[in-house]
Write a protein that binds this ligand. Sequence first.
Ligand code: PGA
Length: 245
Amino acid sequence: MNYCIANWKMNKTIKESYNFLDDLKKKNLQSTKSKIILCPSFVSLKSLSDELKGSSIELGAQNVHQKTSGPYTGETSVDMLREFECEWVILGHSERRQYFLEEDVIVNDKMNTVIENDLKPILCVGENQSQRDNHETFSVLESQLSKALSGINKNAKMLIAYEPVWAIGTGISASCDQIDEVANWINEFLLQEFSIKVPILYGGSVTSSNCGSMIGLENISGFLIGTSSLDIKEFSSIFSIVNER
Ligand code: PGA
């Protein structure tokens, strides 16, 4: 199975989200080989969930709180997400790490809460530019993965997205060689350290022009897509290319 995941971040109102889904459904992109997961803002989850009934398109949230309820003003719980038939949750995105100070220990708490409550995490990991320049990519990934996956149920269904911070929203994606090297390393690391095999996605300036060669890589099972997921034409082109593999 390959995945095309739309991370809309803080974009699209309820109406815009609804219109996008309407256009997407008209394109009739159903497939047994590839899956679309839409991750809109929290406020759009309900209307998309209503519209998605009976559809093969799945729903994800961009975040969730690590506690299941309580005095956490402004936060959203796993139960609230499940009520929307939201199956997936993006965790550890570099924007959450950078702007909301989500450290690895918080990402780990969220991973455990999400898994214990029958949701599926999409765990994001990746190095920043200076870490890559200093040849620290693999030590950063090792640290992020070890901490995020500590104590998790090994039978849990999840996805891991390799998202180099320097490629996110910059228009400069990682090269196929770089993605291949890292995806192979993550695959091997997870097998050796955790005895798990997890589908690995790539994220960071994915477009319909660059995704064709990336999806051919041995350990890449799809994409986490930001900017290109906001445009229906671009997003459906990416899906079609992924689905052809
Ligand atoms: P981008 O974002 O496609 O705009 O680079 C990817 C992401 O942040 O998940």
